[in-house]
Design a binder for this molecule. Structure first.
Ligand code: G6P
Ligand code: MG
Length: 216
């Protein structure tokens, strides 16, 4: 199998935005009168904005009508945006940018496959948007991971068959989406959670194109 393209999740793979999602959601929970912890926040990784709110409400044991939910999700996003608009390029996770540059040197195509509707804002803040040949974000898909739609669209925009693509993911649902797309996948994080991936690494430090090729 020749590796012709790599498709990257954003949150938890290229940058740690989970901490900003957390403070913004915690504020909403406080206003609703309950504590939302970092442990609860784990459940929101890789999950869409509205589904995140639903999980949060489940934690607080609260039921709200659709209109109120939409208003809260919008408010959370305003808060979240105020944090990410302050981000700087030094928040890229260690060696992630070097790895992207190394892929480009080897003529491997690069796509983003993130559920976030704020993905472009983040790539621009990090000054790495130009390194991506295609960006598939939450504005372009209708089905959430573990559905393979997001990664299949990435492969399609790159004009590379799925079997020549490798996905980088930190969420279990993302690994499942990659498998469903018939792509190879590298888990970023712990083997306990990402055991279904072809390879699990803690991050891009000590990783290289050469090591990626061992996946073949
Ligand atoms: C990523 C994150 C989730 C987040 C989702 C939607 O998948 O891991 O925590 O809820 O994107 O992000 P958005 O920026 O559109 O609210
Ligand atoms: Mg992620």
């Amino acid at each position: 199998m020749e590796i012709k393209a790599c498709i990257f999740d954003l949150d938890g793979v290229i940058v740690d935005t989970a901490k900003y999602h957390f403070v913004a959601w915690r504020e909403i929970a406080r206003e609703l009168g309950f504590e939302f912890t970092e442990e609860h926040n784990e459940r929101l990784k890789g999950v869409s904005r509205m589904r995140s709110l639903e999980i949060l409400l489940e934690v607080g044991g609260i039921t709200l009508d659709q209109q109120t939910k939409e208003r809260l999700a919008e408010r959370k996003n305003k808060d979240y945006l105020s944090y990410i608009l302050q981000m700087t390029p030094d928040e890229i996770l260690p060696r992630a940018k070097d790895f992207l540059l190394e892929l480009r040197q080897h003529n491997v195509k690069i796509a983003l496959g993130s559920a976030s509707k704020n993905a472009m804002v983040i790539l621009n803040r990090l000054q790495i948007a130009h390194l991506f040949d295609a960006v598939i974000d939450g504005t372009k898909v209708t089905k959430a991971k573990p559905d393979p739609e997001i990664f299949l669209k990435g492969a399609e925009e790159l004009h590379i068959p799925p079997e020549n693509c490798v996905v980088f993911e930190d969420a279990e649902a993302g690994i499942e989406a990659a498998i469903a797309a018939k792509m190879k996948c590298v888990g970023i994080g712990s083997r306990k959670i990402l055991g279904k991936a072809n390879l699990v690494i803690p991050g891009f430090v000590d990783f290289s194109f050469q090591k990626l090729n061992e996946l073949k």
